[in-house]
Design a protein around this ligand. Structure first.
Ligand code: ZN
Ligand code: ZN
Length: 291
């Protein structure tokens, strides 16, 4: 059976840009003003930032002159159900109890939706899996959410992602701080392959899966050629390839790993790179098409 690999990654014509799409200010329950939040991220060397307050749009146009970072309009749909980000929106999103309506409202405004912290709270079930399966038209889920490090539940949601991907859903995995206080700063971010330094180019990369999610490990190359996948992550100590239903297919104690796809891996392969301590980076899935 002929096998083709479908990678979202670019091989040329881009710059890696780093940013966070999930941050709160004292307009809702954050500790700092928008100006202070922007200054904190600027100091960390970020390239882009979305302030995404609870059911409130903090307009980037009012703050763009304060920073070199690209500011992206966003809010976090919060009231009446599980949370989701509306990114690249024009107006605040009505927090409809029917979350499909909220996703649709985001899409209608030309934005994209990301489901937040699926494994929050004692039940590790802020987003029931069946609800995530039933919704359509969202861009992805948070596979890492920093504020949940100090909340009940799990900051990671790789388990949820593998279940969605294995059932045929094509959704991207994002890492965000969910910044509220200083302790949340720079815990999780996305590194995109952007054609230029603009809202359009960054959001385009975030929609197309031209990015990886990280909590501290850098990926410099994702090479897909023929049936092989090669990953370079200079500060990684271990690289792990994962297939359908989260099954490990390769494990290497290296900062470079190469894998020849056989077709037995299932419908996708994704790569996890582990560095010092709990630092990691996750690629987007590379899809296997058999005809
Ligand atoms: Zn939330
Ligand atoms: Zn939040």
């Amino acid at each position: 059976m002929p096998l083709t690999l479908q990678s979202s990654y670019l091989t040329s014509g881009f710059t890696w840009l780093r940013g966070n799409l999930h941050a709160h200010t004292n307009f809702t329950d954050g500790a700092f003003s928008p100006e202070e939040v922007i200054a904190l991220y600027e100091k960390q060397g970020y390239d882009f930032l979305a302030i995404s307050d609870h059911d409130k749009l903090v307009p980037p146009t009012e703050y763009q002159s304060l920073t070199q970072m690209v500011l992206i309009p966003a809010d976090e749909v919060t009231a009446n159900g599980p949370h989701l980000l509306g990114v690249q929106i024009k107006e605040v999103i009505e927090p409809a109890t029917n979350r499909q309506q909220a996703v649709d409202a985001i899409t209608t405004q030309g934005g994209f939706a990301i489901l937040n912290h699926p494994n929050w709270r004692q039940e590790f079930n802020h987003w029931p899996q069946e609800l995530m399966q039933s919704l359509n038209g969202y861009g992805g889920i948070e596979i890492y959410n920093g504020v949940i490090e100090r909340e009940p539940g799990s900051s990671l949601a790789l388990d949820r992602w593998d279940r969605l991907l294995s059932s045929g859903r094509r959704v991207w995995g994002y890492a965000h701080d969910d910044f509220h206080a200083a302790i949340d700063l720079a815990r999780g971010w996305n590194v995109v392959q952007a054609a230029e330094r603009s809202v359009w180019a960054i959001c385009n990369a975030l929609r197309q899966g031209q990015f990886y999610a990280s909590t501290g490990v850098e990926i410099t190359q994702v090479q897909v050629a023929g049936n092989s996948i090669a990953i370079t992550a200079p500060d990684a100590q271990r690289i792990r390839f994962v297939g359908e239903w989260g099954k490990e297919i390769l494990y290497a104690n290296e900062n470079y790993a190469h894998y020849e796809v056989t077709g037995a891996e299932g419908s996708y392969i994704r790569v996890e790179c582990y560095g010092a301590g709990i630092k990691a980076a996750w690629t987007q899935p590379i899809y296997l098409n058999t005809e």
